[in-house]
Design a protein around this ligand. Structure first.
Ligand SMILES: Cc1ncc(COP(=O)(O)O)c(C=O)c1O
Length: 449
């Protein structure tokens, strides 16, 4: 199909996510034809670094031969089968492997197919666990302002990115939101580390207020992704986990974006020495190749679901593609690569270089804050560095950054007023230097005045 025709058909039939479709004719989508390693290639053969890991999921680079082979082999043997009353080797091996690498105590694995379902499962399991224990009053959730856990109704109910929720408020269930540990815009006007993460006191207050009605606290550990790539100190997470324990509620950690080495440890919560009651995984689980997700929990939670089939303790939840064998095979191959290529160590080794490269842009006009963790680096753009007035997400300069990025071989997608790199863990030192060079060029050019 010729390129124009392709685009015309796209506009006629496709409805793209998080996209104002009326603007697409003037600002058409990039026509990606293929991908390899760190690069996306458009229909004209132009090459772009996938600088946001295709929405934060690519780990080992696109089309890694080991994952491709594993997927092809699995396709030939068993493409799909339901997972109720049936099991298969890829799911058995993957569940055991995840339990072995997960933070302590997370021995039970429930598979689904995307980040939102991984979170929905955790919310529902927490709720039903309390019910199984005869604690029906524990139905509430505490979450963060600017937190993001997905787009299904339950996930939205515990998220805090206002723009994504506005239209759906009438159908969301109420949850207690506490201010995010957002150091650049500290709700208490304090500075870390002097503050000792005292903003966590708001979580304590919410837990006190909710008392026996709270089922769980849900958090993205160390990095609030969609909320603006807000990085917060492990101390906050450690203290939040201790509060959840003290108040006797579950802790749900959503590592959909942070899992699998992105932050410099296999799971971000390791940096705070925290082990949750529920761990939600997706995105990097298959290195962004095949949709798959997992919700891990403890034997303690799991055991509350055991009983008479008519006793109301069965977990009535499942998806058609639960534990899809091809997804499991991709995940197993990805985990092999983690071991063979020492991916997490490499991220930890390269993270300071990424941070230094981003910090070098701090003096540019409009750059209010520079922050990052692992393979993530973000610049928050402001109208005025003194007042920190945010640049509106619709400011023309943000579109210019995207366009200039493409011109310089970088695929970027600013999040509101935050411009960021979210790089595949497979990035090499050489590629990282090149990406930083280009990123600096984009920003210097777009923010020059
Ligand atoms: C932390 C977090 N949780 C959940 C999700 C939802 O995942 P999905 O888009 O696969 O439903 C995302 C997606 O960006 C995420 O960043």
């Amino acid at each position: 199909m010729d390129r124009k025709e392709w685009l015309r058909k796209d506009l006629r039939h496709n409805w793209h996510p998080y996209t104002q479709m009326s603007a697409l004719a003037a600002d058409p989508p990039l026509q990606i034809d293929r991908a390899e390693g760190l690069f996306l290639f458009d229909a004209d053969g132009n090459r772009y670094y996938d600088a946001i890991s295709s929405w934060w999921c690519v780990v080992h680079g696109h089309g890694h031969p080991r994952i491709r082979e594993a997927v092809a082999r699995q396709m030939e043997r068993l493409d799909h089968v339901l997972f109720a009353g049936v099991t298969h080797e890829p799911a058995v091996r993957l569940a055991a492997r995840l339990a072995a690498i997960a933070p302590e105590g997370l021995s039970r694995v429930f598979f689904s197919d995307n980040g939102s379902t991984a979170v929905e499962v955790a919310l529902k399991m927490s709720l039903q666990c309390w019910r199984n224990l005869g604690r029906e009053e524990r139905t509430g959730f505490v979450c963060l302002d600017r937190g993001y856990h997905g787009d299904t109704t339950g996930c939205m109910s515990v998220s805090g990115v206002e723009a994504f929720l506005r239209a759906f408020r009438p159908i969301l269930f109420p949850a207690r939101r506490v201010p995010a540990p957002y150091c650049y815009r500290c709700p208490e006007g304090k500075t870390y580390p002097e503050c000792a993460a005292s903003c966590v006191d708001a979580l304590d207050a919410a837990l006190r207020e909710g008392g026996e009605t709270i089922a769980a606290v849900i958090l993205e550990p160390l990095l609030l992704g969609a909320g603006g790539m807000i990085v917060y100190p492990p101390e906050y997470l450690a203290r939040a986990a201790a509060l959840a324990r003290r108040h006797g509620v579950h802790l749900i950690l959503d590592e959909v974006a942070t899992g699998f080495g992105r932050t410099g440890t296999m799971f971000a919560c390791e940096q705070a020495g925290v082990s949750p009651d529920f761990l939600c995984l997706s995105k990097g689980l298959t290195s962004g190749t095949v949709p798959l997700a997992a919700t891990l929990t403890t034997a303690e939670v799991y055991n509350t679901f055991l009983g008479d089939p008519d006793g109301g303790k069965t977990f009535y939840h499942g998806h058609t593609f639960t534990a899809n064998p091809v997804g499991c095979a991709a995940a197993l191959a990805s985990l092999d690569l983690f071991e063979e290529e020492e991916v997490v160590d490499r991220v930890a080794r390269l993270a300071p270089r990424l941070a230094e490269g981003a910090r070098a842009l701090a003096e540019l006009p409009m750059v209010g804050d520079v922050r990052g963790i692992g393979m993530v680096a973000a610049l928050e753009l402001v109208r005025d560095k003194g007042t920190k007035e945010p640049l509106p997400g619709t400011a023309p300069v943000l579109r210019e950054i995207r366009t200039e990025g493409l011109r310089r071989g970088l695929f970027l997608r600013p999040l509101g007023n935050v411009v960021y790199l979210f790089l595949p863990q497979a990035v090499t030192r050489e590629a990282l230097d090149d990406i930083l060079d280009r990123f600096g060029g984009v920003l210097r050019s777009a923010l020059k005045s």
